[in-house]
Design a protein around this ligand. Structure first.
Ligand code: DX5
Ligand code: ZN
Length: 241
């Protein structure tokens, strides 16, 4: 298997459209992955749902393993699990390059972020639309990535909640330019620009990309919309470490 590209490479890049595989045609998953890769995607977002933290089930470890075998893109694993701790090593072994869990499920996020970094993966913390930024602020130094949900997690195809914008601004201001700041839910040509302007540099996109016939054109148009709105005051990320 070729060495996966690292999240560090994403960090030094312009705002990235990160396809969320949840919206792909799973009957043709290998072709879908190849198509978004050929279209210029640098990473894939993989949504793991437990039917408990969120009212839906998605896919699990064998699918992540299969995706890992199919591509060397960065695999950005978003755990929507009530109890993520037992699954960190499992998803890392399956091929995750970054592992993100939700602040709402742990009383204290620091130890689990350390566990994730200890595996060699990038450590991410997600927050729901109703969760204030203050809940994650104490842990920012332990995070490589923060994921601001712009919908209630559990389903693709929902409408963007603008509450995410003020959170992105606050997070970018608190964390500085080196944090990977991701936004997830309802990202499309209309919403992507204001998210980039607010400081997001990973724009997770499911239905707005996979509903298109031409993924290359889709990624180019979304990326252009993000770049043209990205505020010069909040560079996508400057560090190259
Ligand atoms: C929702 C997931 C998202 C979802 C986004 O719980 O975390 O990653 O796939 O899908 P869209 O882009 O369709 O809102
Ligand atoms: Zn997600």
């Amino acid at each position: 298997m070729p060495t996966p590209r690292s999240l560090t490479e994403l960090r030094s890049a312009s705002p990235q459209v990160v396809p969320s595989l949840l919206a792909c045609d799973f009957g043709r998953v290998r072709e879908e992955i190849a198509a978004v890769e050929a279209a210029g995607a640098q990473a894939l977002h993989l949504d793991i749902m437990d039917g408990h933290f969120v009212p839906n089930l998605s896919f699990g470890v064998p699918v992540v393993q299969a995706v890992r075998r199919a591509t060397c893109l960065v695999l950005d694993v978003h755990l929507m699990l009530s109890d993520p701790a037992p699954w960190i090593d499992v998803f890392r072994d399956a091929g995750a390059d970054s592992i993100t869990f939700h602040i709402e499920v742990v009383p204290e996020a620091g130890p689990l972020l350390e566990v994730i970094r200890g595996t060699g993966a990038a450590a991410g913390l997600a927050l729901n639309p109703a969760t204030p930024v203050s809940a994650v602020e104490p842990y920012l130094s332990g995070c490589d990535l923060v994921l601001a949900m712009s919908v209630m997690p559990g389903f693709g195809g929902q409408e963007f909640d603008p509450v995410a914008l003020s959170k992105l601004r606050q997070l970018r201001q608190s964390a500085g330019p080196d944090l990977l700041l991701s936004v997830d839910g309802g990202i499309n040509l209309t919403t992507i620009g204001c998210c980039a302007d607010a400081g997001a540099n990973m724009l997770v996109t499911g239905s707005a990309l996979f509903s298109q016939d031409d993924y290359r054109r889709g990624i180019v148009e979304l990326t252009q919309a993000a770049i043209s709105h990205a505020s010069p005051q909040v560079p996508p990320c400057s560090k190259s470490s």
